[in-house]
Every structure is written in structure tokens, then in C-alpha cells.
Design a protein around this ligand. Sequence first.
Ligand SMILES: *Cc1c(COP(=O)(O)O)cnc(C)c1O
Length: 523
Amino acid sequence: MWSFHVFVLFGTQKHRTLNYYNFHNHTNLPKPDSENPSPDLTPPLGPSAMHRFAGLSPGAVVEEVAASLGCGVTAAAVAEFLDEQDELRCLRGQFLLPKVADLPPSDLSLVDGEEDCVYMVGNSLGLQPRNTQRYLQEELDKWAKTGVHGHTEGSRPWAWAENNIEELMANIVGAEEEEVALMNGLTVNLHLLMLSFYQPTTERHKILLEDKAFPSDHYAAESQVVLRGFDPQQSLLLLKPRQGEDTLRTEDILSVLEEEGDSVAVVMLSGVQYYTGQLFDIPAITAAGHRKGCLVGFDLAHAAGNVELRLHDWGVDFACWCSYKYINSGAGGLAAAFIHQKHKHSIKPALMGWWGHRLETRFSMSNEMDLQPGVNGFRLSNQPILLVCPLQASLEVFNMTNMQALRSKSVLLTGYLEYLIQHYYSPDRDQDQDQDPDPDRPPRPHVRILTPRDPKQRGCQLSLCFSVPIKRVFQELERRGVACDMREPSVLRVAPVPLYNSFTDVHRFIQRLEAALSAAADQ
Ligand SMILES: *Cc1c(COP(=O)(O)O)cnc(C)c1O
């Protein structure tokens, strides 16, 4: 058996501790076999190598590592050292990384087409898990050879295949297995949940959501209000950041709840904000909503598989999320819904289908609904096995580790990205470093990070706002084999995903950003 160590960051921004976390107990890490190339497990420098970094912030770790290696903080050697220390690095081999040459915008005169691309866009579409194709092929073969018998035969009987992986999904969000159902798409699930949880009255009719919620969530909330005969102008209570600020302050969310909670039927926020990358304080918001008698739900599209969640312990009433972002199930993959156990017998689906019927008697076709309790009663249709396969492949990779270990790596990985961006592009940099600026040279571009600086208030994504037009920079990055994501007017979303991105990926990203910025300036 192997033993594994990973460095873990604990605590608040004021008191961060870099500790060595030993996880002998979940050595589900990939076993070499004929299907999977054997993971690279050359022993790292040993636990003692990281011990001296205890108590340091990510930036301080970078500086310590550079000092101990006798190189500059921007050297590739720092990234290589951190990769050697990263006990999760072998998980990258569980995914298929596109080659630079295969990305349509790549310009092979600028970058080697044989290299792996710099994939920083797992917040939008996760990479394909290596076992996806095999699992799909198994089900296609079963269909070809046995037809209808596939419903009940094989390792993945179609009639309940999703049930076999719901526990893995529940682990990712800190839920009990019976609290989670895999079904439909995210927006569909949001509607199904709101149909039951949003029960407006004349006194309590509002939905509290972000002013700049993801469009689909906004439309869902708006149409639910209209469906109940209320006016969106009156019934959508929108949270805006303070003047001049990019993100919402928890204290402001809580005070809106304190002041207006009596008129709020449902709080419906995201877990991690898609545009800014802000992680909301889910337990505090849930508790504040409950104190005022509101039901509290979250759209976890950007939180599930990205940050640690404890949906059950926090008492969140309901939640939904898609699985194609951080959970790597492929475009349009099977989505998830959560309903807390406390509502198991009180909340009923507004719309029913045969898949909500108890499995034991589902096929007796009596037309007398024997509804499964809780979220399971919300199922409508039989699940698409072709969507179950890629999701299973991904959830099995998550099950080789856990969210705590992934999050520990994530804090350092994103902290490293943040550190390098600050180093090169902080607005104060010119005064500090360019003693004798060339008056003919255009000023260096600046980058402002919209995402909160406190690691506890963000996931892996950083949203970068540039002092130069973003479109050109984005195109130049794409030509250099970088996959990231631009949101008009000026934001670049960059997400180093701890499951498959390395510290070297972050380093390569920064190098290419530097090249892209000079190319864009030369236009
Ligand atoms: C990605 C995302 C969606 C997408 O909804 P689909 O129904 O999966 O198309 C909706 N809401 C949020 C917050 C998202 O991040």
C-alpha cells in the first residue's frame, strides 16, 4: 500500500496554517492497471520538506520555496517543486488533456502543437475522464447485444444505473445519499424545486437573489414569480454590491435578510458566483434566512466539486447543480438536486412522473402513486444511461480522494496564480520595479482581481479585469494554446482545477499571458 501526504491550509486569512495532512485512510488513488497508465509516483522530497512552511500563506510558501531552491519566485523550478510535493498529481492521468494542436485557435508558429494545452476552463466545461469512452462502449455493446434486457442486466442496469453513483455525488456536496437525485438539467431541476419550495403569499412573496445572477437562474426565478401571479418588479429582491465594489459582503446579505426577511419566501443564491468567483457564506446565509422564516436554496453550479460543502449539516433546504463544470460529466450532463431530509415527508413534487414512484412497485402500472419520500419523489423520467456513464467515470476519480484534500491543493494552486499575477501586473508594480521607465514604451498593463482575496471566500477561479481591451488578449492567449474564458466587457475567468491542473500549468499560463499581452500591445 502507498502512503500519501498532502499539504493542507487551515484557518482564516488572519491565521493560516500550512500543515502536512496524512491521508492513509483513503488511498483509493488509482491503481495501475492495463487500462490506465501507471500513475507517476516517484517519491516526493518527503514530509519534512514541507514542514518548514507550516503557518505560511500561499505567497509566503512560494517565497520560501524559491529561497530554498536558490531561484527567483517566478522560476519554473518553484512550480516543479510544488508539483513534486503534490500527492494528487497522479489524478491528472485520469483525464484526457487536449493537445495544443487540436484546439482550433492555436497558432503552431507560436507554440508547440504536441504539448498539452493550458486548460484553465474547468469552471465552464471539465475535461473528459479517461474511463468515459470505455463505460459508454460497454453500454452501447450491451444495447447492441441484448436490447431491452440492458434495463436490468450488467454492471450498470439502465433502470437504476444513476442510483449506483448518487452516494458518490452526495459525498462531494456533504449530503446523505437519500438527499440527492441525479436527473434532468440544472435549470429544469431549479424549476422543479421552486415549484414546491416557492409558495408565495401576499405577506411573503419575494425571492432573494443576486442582481447579476446567472441568466438562467434569473429567468427561472422571474418566471416562477409570474407563474404564481406576482409581479417580478415587486417580488424579485436583488442583491447588489456596494457602489465601487465587485462582490457582495456577507454582512450586507445578512442585513438585507434581517430587514426584509419577513417578506422573503425563498432565498435563491449561487454557492460560488460564476462571474466574480466569490464563494458565499452558505451556512451563515442559511441560518439568517431560517431565523426569518425563509426557505433557503442554492444553485451550486460553480461550487459543487470546487469547494467543500456540508449541505446536510448546514441545513440548506434545497439545492441543485450541473455536473459538466467541475464535475466533468460532459456538455449537458446529468444534473443533480438536493432536498434536506427534514423535508422528506412534508415537501411534495408539484409535477409527478413514474420515476418518482417507489421502485419496488413502479412497474406494476397501477396508476396509484406510491411516491418516494424527499427528492426521490421528484424524479420524472427514466435516466439517460449515456449520461450516467461519463458522470460515473468522473465521480470515481473524485472518490480516489476527497474534497478536503482537493480543496487544500486548490488554495495553494490558486494562491500561486494570484501571487504571480500580483507580481507581474499589480497596479502598484510600475513604481516599485520600473525605476527608469522608457517614456516611449506603453505602460505595462495592469490586472485587477475581482475575486475576493480571502481564500475562504472563493473557489479555484480568479476573475481578472485588465487595463487593456480584453478581446485581443484573449485571442492571443488562445493562439498560444491556452483555454480560458472571456466574459464581456473585460473579465477573463481563469480556473486552475486541483483535480487535473498542476502548478506548472499555472506557471505556463503566466508565461503565455505575458507573451499575449505584449503581442496585443504591438497590434
Ligand atoms: C452553468 C450554470 C447554469 C446552466 O444551466 P443549464 O440548465 O445547465 O444549462 C445555470 N445556472 C448557473 C448559476 C450556472 O453556473
